[in-house]
Structure formats: structure tokens, C-alpha cells
Write a protein that binds this ligand. Structure first.
Ligand SMILES: [Zn+2]
Length: 179
């Protein structure tokens, strides 16, 4: 791992919650465009295995499914299903491309400070979606408590999301907001 990257822990930690700073109604277009990036409801895509590699193919499959569905067809709208795997791979692609550029500049004995900044930003940004994918309630339609038949009596309390997030954060990150 390059030294600049190892030393960027504080910057990367700061950038972890960056996508949550893009959810303010004061920047409506931004909030609207990126909110589905934080989750994927896997129950709604269990018929899609493997997931398509690119987001536009994913959109197309979802709209086909929606057109063929009579019961709650809007459940298959991309913004209702979630796009977390796609934004994760897209930001990962940016990080990979930046590291490739870094290696090239290094080999050519060119300054690397600008690309180092880009790498740190992409790494922090990527960390957010990786953490979202690791939060079980970001991958289910039951993110706000159990819905549907419930023979085992799982909780239907809407605050379960916050409780799980907080317990994960408190143990892993001493209370910092990460999800
Ligand atoms: Zn998130």
C-alpha cells in the first residue's frame, strides 16, 4: 500500500459519511439522484441471478418485470429496489482507474499529488457503500421492521433500523454515523 494512502486514515474516515451529506432537501436533484444508492432489496431481485453487470441492463430487466407484474408493479422501480451494488462497482471502478493513473505517473516520474487526492476521495466514498452493503437492513424490504407473514414473530418495530445501525456503529466505530 502506498505511504500516502496509509497516512490518509483521517481523510478517509471523514469521507465515509459523505454520501449522507448529499441527502439534504436543499440540494433536491442530488438527494433524489443518489438516495437509491444506499440500499438493495434483495427479495425483489431474487429472480435475477446473477445481477446484470451494468446499471442500465438492470433498469431494463426491472422495467420488464414491472410491466409483467399486476400486484404492486412499482415495487420493481429501480429507485424502490435500490442500486447499492451498482454504485459500489462504479466508485470501485473510479478508484481502480485512479490507482492505474497513479502507477503510470510514478513510472513516468511525474507529480502524483493530484491523483493521490482523487484516490483518497474515491476510497472514502467507496467505503460508505461497502458499509451500507454490510448493514443487513440495507439489503432487505424489511429495513424498517418485518413485513408480510410473520410466523416467528420477528419485530415489526420501525425503529429497528436505527437500533441495528447504532449497535453496529457503537461497537465498530464508537458512535460515529456510518449508515
Ligand atoms: Zn448509506
Amino acid at each position: 500500500m502506498p505511504r500516502f494512502f496509509r497516512r490518509a486514515g483521517a481523510e478517509i474516515a471523514y469521507l465515509g459519511p459523505e454520501p449522507d451529506r448529499w441527502r439534504s432537501p436543499t440540494e433536491f436533484a442530488l438527494k433524489n439522484a443518489q438516495e437509491p444508492d444506499h440500499f438493495i432489496d434483495l427479495e425483489r431481485v431474487d429472480w435475477l441471478d446473477p445481477l446484470p453487470r451494468g446499471r442500465y441492463e438492470f433498469y431494463r430487466k426491472l422495467y420488464e418485470k414491472r410491466a409483467a407484474t399486476t400486484d404492486h408493479p412499482d415495487d420493481y422501480l429501480p429507485e424502490h429496489v435500490g442500486l447499492q451494488p451498482y454504485i459500489t462497482m462504479e466508485v470501485y471502478g473510479r478508484l481502480k482507474a485512479a490507482f492505474r493513473e497513479y502507477r503510470k505517473l510514478k513510472a513516468d516520474h511525474q507529480p502524483t499529488a493530484p491523483v493521490e487526492q482523487a484516490i483518497i476521495f474515491y476510497a472514502g466514498w467507496l467505503g460508505h457503500y461497502v458499509a451500507d452493503g454490510a448493514q443487513p437492513l440495507h439489503t432487505t424490504i424489511k429495513y424498517n421492521g418485518w413485513v408480510g407473514p410473520n410466523p416467528n414473530g420477528y419485530t415489526t418495530l420501525h425503529d429497528i433500523h436505527g437500533s441495528v445501525r447504532d449497535s453496529l456503529c457503537w461497537s465498530e466505530h464508537r458512535g460515529k454515523e456510518f449508515f
